[in-house]
Design a binder for this molecule. Structure first.
Ligand SMILES: Nc1nc2c(ncn2[C@@H]2O[C@H](COP(=O)(O)OP(=O)(O)OP(=O)(O)O)[C@@H](O)[C@H]2O)c(=O)[nH]1
Ligand SMILES: [Mg+2]
Length: 330
């Protein structure tokens, strides 16, 4: 009999989880069978995003935070989204070495994801891996991601609480504050607080939060915590801030509201992906796409009409098929 990976994962098998994640990575159909079985067992884990500039200390913080969470008796999952290296070059190896101190703890599961790996985008991939670690029984899932591109911002959509890591003296802190970072941060972490300029950065961020009418209206003012991740300083406080945000979400009803939104977004994304695949396959198979492109190039057809025609055709053919199915049934 085939190995039942879903059951193994629900029983806590790290190896089975690793196998499933590889299948997801390869878009192996076995992955979906398994994910279907796991889905009812997901939604329990609390998801924390840790984002910030390259080298801000995200991995060191994630590592330290994982220890704090373990001290509280909770199981931890870590998803490290590796930046495709233009920014940090060999950082991945460093991460792996540092993270491997945690890897000996059976209640910590660590997974690195290369930005280039997964088809269909990092956000989708991260959301799927979160589900696997959730089903595996990890209570808290930490996602480390470099806050630079749109993809990374999308990944934040997977997190219940987002921590934005800033460091003094990088010069780009204020820059990133401008780039919409203020809105996504539930907790600000001023890391490398042992360095000069931490006080000033801290004050600057606080002022920005207080001055922003939009942020003040939200009902949650992001706390600004200082940490020295290399020494493990301030991490208890950071965890308390995350817990406070979680409590706020639960008490205000925003938790279920956000989760609902996420489920809706994910469902739409999946349907979109599958419909696109099916329609594309059809168009490619019957040579219709090539013919249409020829027409478009020669300006005998415009893409707006093409789009409408294809959708109309597809709808009527699928309706026709449904009627046929019903007829054969009755
Ligand atoms: N002085 C000081 N150095 C720190 C602190 N936290 C991290 N570092 C150092 O900063 C460097 C980068 O740390 P990482 O944890 O790899 O940073 P990262 O944000 O994960 O980096 P990427 O994943 O490459 O973007 C390392 O050399 C750390 O030792 C801190 O609080 N103080
Ligand atoms: Mg890192």
């Amino acid at each position: 009999m085939a190995v039942d990976y879903a059951t193994l994962i629900l029983e806590g098998s790290h190896r089975a989880a690793a196998r499933l994640i590889s299948w997801l990575e390869d878009e192996d159909p076995r992955a979906y069978e398994c994910m279907r079985e796991l889905y009812p067992h997901t939604g329990r884990a609390y998801v924390v995003g840790i984002t910030g500039s390259p080298g801000a200390g995200k991995s060191t913080l994630t590592n330290g935070l994982a220890r704090v969470i373990r001290k509280n008796g909770l199981k931890v999952g870590i998803i490290a989204v590796d930046p495709s290296s233009p920014f940090t070059g060999g950082a991945l190896l460093g991460d792996r070495v540092r993270m491997s101190e945690l890897a000996v703890d059976p209640d910590i599961y660590i997974r690195s994801m290369a930005t280039r790996g997964f088809l269909g985008g990092m956000a989708k991939a991260a959301a799927e891996v979160v589900k696997v670690l959730d089903a595996l029984g990890q209570d808290v899932i930490l996602i480390e991601t470099v806050g630079v591109g749109q993809d990374e911002v999308d990944i934040i959509g997977v997190a219940d609480t987002t921590c934005v890591v800033l460091v003094p003296g990088l010069g780009d802190a204020i820059q990133s504050l401008k780039a919409g970072i203020m809105e996504i941060a539930d907790v600000f972490v001023i890391n490398k607080a042992d360095r000069q300029g931490a006080d000033m950065l801290c004050a600057e961020v606080c002022v920005r939060i207080e001055m922003d009418a939009h942020l003040r209206e939200r009902g949650w003012l992001a706390p600004v915590d200082r940490t020295v991740a290399v020494e493990g300083t301030g991490l208890d406080q950071m965890w308390q801030s995350i817990e406070a945000h979680r409590k706020y979400l639960l008490d205000s009803g925003k938790f279920s509201e956000n989760r609902r939104e996420r489920v809706s977004r994910e469902a739409l994304r999946m349907i979109h992906g599958e419909l696109f695949r099916v329609v594309r396959e059809q168009l490619e198979q019957n040579g219709r796409l090539d013919a249409a492109v020829e027409e478009l190039v020669n300006k005998r057809l415009d893409p707006y009409t093409l789009m409408r025609d294809i959708v109309t055709e597809w709808l009527s053919s699928s309706q026709g098929k449904r009627r046929q199915d019903e007829d054969t049934k009755s």
